[in-house]
Design a binder for this molecule. Sequence first.
Ligand SMILES: [Zn+2]
Length: 231
Amino acid sequence: MPDESPFDHFDRLKKQLQDSILRDYPNPQRRGCPGDATLRTLARRPLDYSLEGNPNWQHLTHCAECYREFLDLRADVRRRKKAQRVGIGVAAAIIAAGTVFILANRHGAGTRPDRPQIAKLIYRPRMVDLEDLSMTRSDKAREEKKPILLGREPEELTIRLPFGSLAGTYEVQLLKSADRPLLSANGEAKIENGATMLTLRVDLSSYEPGKYFFGVRQIPWDWTYCPAVIQ
Ligand SMILES: [Zn+2]
């Protein structure tokens, strides 16, 4: 498949894996099945490293019947979350509209001579693509990696994490040298269309232009670094 994108490739591998569980582990007698409540709990939680020793997860990935139910439950959870997000978006728009209305009325009435003093930082959106950065530590790869370019300003970073990264809590650091982290920030990475995306805000306006290192890790795992340049 020469025209296949990385997303499609990931989806295809995932589908193959799912199909093989459904095909290779029939359990019509439902031997050792943990039950509906357990499957529901698993369907709602993030799939990360902590599942590796979980006996229910072990069962589920070796029982076609449970796995099929799990996939259905998970699709259901995803649909509901999506519906919630739409609801929250609408609520936020209504609140925003309400705020504008209140501010307009205040100004109109002239009862508040003092303007609202909102020191609001404007965060410039920036994409940081770390998809090709291997999470395994390789000095060679690190040297060859082109530096990521950052601006000397408040930035909202949307980081595409290395291919195959799991969803969960991540920490990023800006460092001048190996043992000197200058800045650290945390965020929740989500899987969107097969890519693991992490969005967080950092204020880089106080840092000198020059060469730095950018570190990223899933808590509590090890750091991966790549060169960075603040322009
Ligand atoms: Zn089962």
